[in-house]
Design a protein around this ligand. Structure first.
Ligand SMILES: [Zn+2]
Length: 123
């Protein structure tokens, strides 16, 4: 794919990247802020606040992991744009349909290979 074709995808990926980074920053900032707030608020009931804090941390960790995985996918796609392999399935080498790239510009695989990949991960 030439740069003229990949340009809009690159723009989309960079925007996606910026918003993921913003979300991760908010997530991390919120974690500290909320932990401090609830430590203060539950000063007299340490057990309760600890349990609540654990639940919140778990939730945030899960969100954090998902955002990070997405960020990795976006970074990998940007790298493929740079080295000219963008838009080609990383598994079978066929062109990924433009419609699929528009819907998910970070996708590294064609639909068939993505299906296979997801099945193999689930098994
Ligand atoms: Zn494929």
């Amino acid at each position: 794919m030439n740069t003229q074709i990949t340009a809009p995808f690159k723009k989309q990926l960079l925007e996606q990247r910026a918003s993921l980074l913003a979300q991760l920053t908010t997530l991390r900032g919120g974690q500290v802020g909320r932990a401090e707030a609830s430590a203060e608020h539950f000063g007299g009931q340490k057990e309760d606040s600890r349990a609540q804090l654990e639940t919140e941390r778990e939730l945030e960790f899960t969100l954090d992991a998902r955002e990070n995985a997405e960020l990795d996918a976006v970074d990998a796609a940007l790298k493929r744009i740079e080295n000219g392999s963008y838009g080609v399935c990383t598994d079978c080498g066929t062109d990924i349909p433009a419609a699929r790239l528009h819907a998910a510009p970070e996708t590294p695989r064609c639909i068939a290979c993505q299906d296979k990949y997801e099945h193999s991960r689930r098994a």
